[in-house]
Design a protein around this ligand. Structure first.
Ligand code: ADP
Ligand code: MG
Length: 377
């Protein structure tokens, strides 16, 4: 990392920062409905080597960006000004300045083991790594949740993706051995112990290799649908609807909004249920909650795809305790909770099922809850 930085920027970095990708155990599309989520950080990280500059230049390079250094003037940063991957790091600098922090130039080099566009939140990992680096380079003293909000602002306001704050909170605030219970409206987060290995269980990630594109409008349309439903129901957000109220709300809404509300309301309840199981040490009880969450995303929210459904169906047929797509949808990754002894056979069966269906081979790996963003050097 340091050598690459020196090669690209001609000097040594001031430090190296890391921010992880995430998988969300349960609570999908609930963040922009003021609801609840339960992500973990994964061991894959985005690293940023950074050096403060005394001028106004922001010089960006990524080992994954396959292009020359992007050279920007921080005073010219405006939404729409950067249309490449550089929008994520430049957006962080823009968001810091928008929030009134007197930050200026830096040289950055990025390298990552978080697969991009796989629903594992490489975008939030990149933003958070840059936000944590700037926080230290410029002595801003911002908290991890504050840096998560800056990162979300970068993605919403500068990169033009209308995401909620779950990904950035996960990357910024997760801790090893725990899932992060987020209450988005309250702005609070709590660490909930989650150690599947100690129960003889494995959490597998299956990257279907189907690339989603959250900028393609589908995400924005779902978000708009949820917001319209909340307006019609006279509540601030769908978080305010309880499962008991669903039959009544369904009668008042236009038909196309009913399944959206159904998903969000039941999904928030699933997060609460999952948290109470984890607090009682019942990790295996998460299984049926994951599978119910998948059915809701597939049938009500309608954001799964054939490849993700094939992983879930194959995993359950192989005796998995539960499985669900994770992330924004339309491809990306699936998580599977399975007994350790069945994990290998299950992985083989998923790979074989993909081969039979003529799909490119999926990428499988186990994960345990890892550390959130931090300085590593
Ligand atoms: P996800 O966050 O699920 O991986 P997104 O579409 O939200 O998918 O973000 C992926 C985009 O983030 C990539 O297309 C790229 O622009 C940017 N990105 C993420 N990681 C890197 C990296 N290491 N180097 C350059 N760009 C990256
Ligand atoms: Mg993303």
């Amino acid at each position: 990392m340091k050598e690459a930085f020196r090669h690209i920027h001609g000097a040594s970095p001031d430090g190296i920062w890391a921010a992880p990708g995430r998988v969300n155990l349960i609570g999908e599309h609930t963040d922009y409905n003021d609801g609840f989520a339960l992500p973990i950080a994964i061991p894959q990280n985005t690293l940023v080597a950074a050096r403060r500059r005394e001028d106004r230049r922001l010089r960006l390079h990524s080992a994954q960006g396959d292009g020359p250094v992007i050279d920007l003037d921080v005073d010219d940063l405006a939404p729409g000004a950067v249309t490449t991957w550089g929008a994520y790091p430049a957006g962080v600098v823009w968001a810091l300045r928008e929030a009134g922090h007197a930050v200026a130039g830096a040289d950055l080099h990025v390298d990552s083991t978080v697969p991009t566009g796989a629903g594992l939140s490489s975008s939030a990992a990149l933003e958070c790594a840059v936000a944590f680096a700037y926080n230290d380079l410029y002595g801003l003293g911002l908290s991890a949740p504050a840096l998560a909000l800056i990162s979300q602002r970068a993605e919403n306001g500068f990169a033009g993706v209308p995401c909620g704050v779950m990904d950035q909170m996960a990357s910024a605030c997760c801790t090893p051995g725990a899932a992060l219970h987020l209450d988005i409206r309250a702005g609070t987060h709590e660490q909930v112990p989650f150690a599947p290995e100690s129960e003889g269980l494995r959490l597998l990630v299956v990257d279907t290799r189907v690339k989603h594109d959250l900028g393609d409008g589908a995400y924005a349309a779902l978000r708009a649908g949820c917001e319209q439903a909340a307006r019609l129901l006279g509540v601030a957000a769908l978080r305010d609807i309880s499962p008991a109220e669903l039959p009544a709300t369904n009668r008042t809404l236009p038909a196309h909004l009913v399944p959206l509300v159904q998903h969000i309301v039941t999904e928030n309840a699933r997060v609460a249920e999952a948290v109470s199981h984890l607090r009682a040490g019942r990790v295996a009880a998460l299984g049926p909650i994951l599978s119910a969450g998948h059915a809701s995303l597939r049938d009500d929210f309608r954001i799964s795809c054939d490849e993700s459904d094939l992983v879930v169906d194959t995993a359950l047929a192989q005796g998995a305790l539960g499985a669900r797509m994770t992330g924004g949808g339309f491809g990306g990754s699936v998580i599977v909770l399975v007994d350790e002894g069945r994990a290998q056979a299950l992985g083989d069966a998923v790979t074989a099922a993909f081969r039979s269906a003529g799909y490119p081979a999926p990428h499988l790996f186990p994960v345990s809850p890892a550390s959130g963003a931090r300085r590593i050097e």
